[in-house]
Design a protein around this ligand. Structure first.
Ligand SMILES: C[S@@+](CC[C@H](N)C(=O)[O-])C[C@H]1O[C@@H](n2cnc3c(N)ncnc32)[C@H](O)[C@@H]1O
Length: 427
């Protein structure tokens, strides 16, 4: 069975997450398509797609590939798609809804949709063709129009001279994500909220299972801990130096665990939230007792006056944190962490050197230089090494964007502080 994964806005991270979650099930020879939008893989074993969709934070839709055709005779392709599509609709329905998402090229979708409507009409089935301004339907459109329950979303992937026809099976539950994000008592908007989907991806990148002891030593308002609990982790610890953050996290997690939608029984769940400076973790947490640390530490002030001084302060904070992690983490434990990357623009006429990740001019007048925390050598000396969560054959693919220091950048356009995601293990 060949499945497609429609990727979120950071394809590298989305693919890394899929590979980590499915690990042994993905082989180089079974990968059919990798693009900015989609990852198509053939599996030898059956996969529980709805479970997988719930597990993944960076995949918007999952579906199966039904057929592959040559595109040279588009008329014949359309006819065969009509036939295929009719076979896919649920039986004994009076009205169906359908829509298309097209990736990698153009197809005359109107002709195709009208042909399907006509064929359905001949069989006594009314239908509605769901359209959107974009060439792809968002997961919101798919779910709001009940395409998966009372019809179908078809995906066409155009790849050189071939067209792959797919049917969407599941979509990311956007309503659940917003419910858990917006309905909780505290959201720290002013501090640059961590997106819950990113928290989930980071947890998945750790490759640890839910039986492990989980720590966020900069827990803020508890976004990462919340995701960990939702993903079934039963032993979670949160630490923050700020007592308000501690109480916000406590209230958010209390709200979460009292929510009836949460499947974990409360008796099984151990949540400890404590006020503590990261330097002193070992005063609150037993030595070598933690399996996984997933965290977004303090990323610096929103307005930076002296970048050099700020980078120094942050470098010290992060180095001290890693010294502390070494005391409480098990020897085979993992750290998935965000480092800040500062994007500083300067006039393109000036002769400042661009880093390897420097961006091209945005408006022809400015260029951006990225400033990283240059502490990896120090961390190596104290026993930490970075890991990249992707096999070599994927690293060679042009869609996959990693830095030379084996990290992945997560950012939105024009952000001044970018997030660099790094995975560490002990040397
Ligand atoms: C970016 S926020 C974390 C957001 C959090 N990941 C979340 O999901 O809500 C950073 C947090 O680090 C905390 N912090 C800063 N310095 C610290 C230190 N030395 N030890 C522990 N926590 C610290 C701040 O109080 C703040 O709540």
């Amino acid at each position: 069975m060949t499945y497609f994964f429609i990727l979120g806005n950071n394809p590298t991270l989305s693919i890394a997450e899929i590979v980590c979650v499915l690990s042994a099930k993905i082989k180089k020879q079974n990968i059919k398509v990798i693009s900015q939008d989609v990852f198509i893989v053939e599996f030898n074993k059956k996969i529980d797609i709805s479970l997988l969709q719930k597990q993944l934070g960076g995949t918007i839709k999952i579906g199966k590939i039904i057929s592959t055709r040559n595109i040279d005779d588009i008329k014949r392709v359309e006819q065969s798609l009509v036939k295929q599509i009719l076979l896919l609709f649920p039986l004994n329905v009076k009205k169906v809804f359908f829509g298309f998402s097209i990736y990698g090229g153009r197809v005359d979708i109107k002709a195709l949709a009208l042909a399907i409507k006509e064929k359905l009409k001949q069989q006594g089935i009314a239908s509605r063709w769901v359209v959107s301004k974009e060439s792809v339907l968002s997961s919101v459109v798919v779910q709001k129009n009940k395409l998966l329950e009372q019809g179908a979303e078809f995906t066409l992937f155009i790849k050189k001279d071939k067209v792959l026809l797919g049917k969407t099976l599941t979509c990311q539950e956007f309503e659940k994500y917003s419910f858990y994000d917006f309905s909780r008592p505290y959201r720290a908007i002013e501090k640059g909220m961590m997106p819950p989907k990113l928290a989930k991806m980071m947890i998945n990148l750790s490759g640890t299972d839910s039986a492990s002891v989980f720590l966020d030593p900069f827990c803020g308002s508890g976004t990462i801990l919340q995701q960990a609990i939702l993903m079934g982790y039963e032993n979670v610890i949160g630490v923050d130096v700020d007592e308000h953050a501690v109480s916000r996290t406590q209230k958010n997690l209390e709200w979460l665990t009292k929510n009836e939608e949460l499947r974990i029984k409360n008796e099984e769940l151990s949540v400890k939230i404590q006020k503590c400076d990261v330097k002193n973790l070992d005063k609150k947490i037993p030595p070598q007792s933690v399996d996984t640390i997933i965290t977004e530490p303090y990323l610096g002030p929103l307005k930076i006056r002296n970048l050099k001084a700020e980078i120094k302060i942050l470098s010290d904070l992060y180095i001290n944190a890693f010294k502390s992690f070494k005391k409480v983490l098990k020897p085979d434990g993992r750290v998935v962490i965000i480092f800040p990357v500062f994007s500083v623009s300067f006039p393109s006429s000036s002769h400042l050197p661009l880093s390897s990740l420097g961006r091209s001019p945005r408006d022809g007048r400015t260029k951006n230089k990225l400033h990283f925390l240059l502490i990896l050598d120090t961390l190596k000396k104290i026993g930490w090494q970075t890991q990249i969560p992707l096999p070599q054959y994927l690293l060679d693919n042009p869609v996959i964007k990693t830095t030379s220091r084996r990290s992945i950048i997560y950012s939105r356009p024009d952000q001044k502080i970018l997030r660099e995601i790094l995975i560490f293990t002990r040397t």
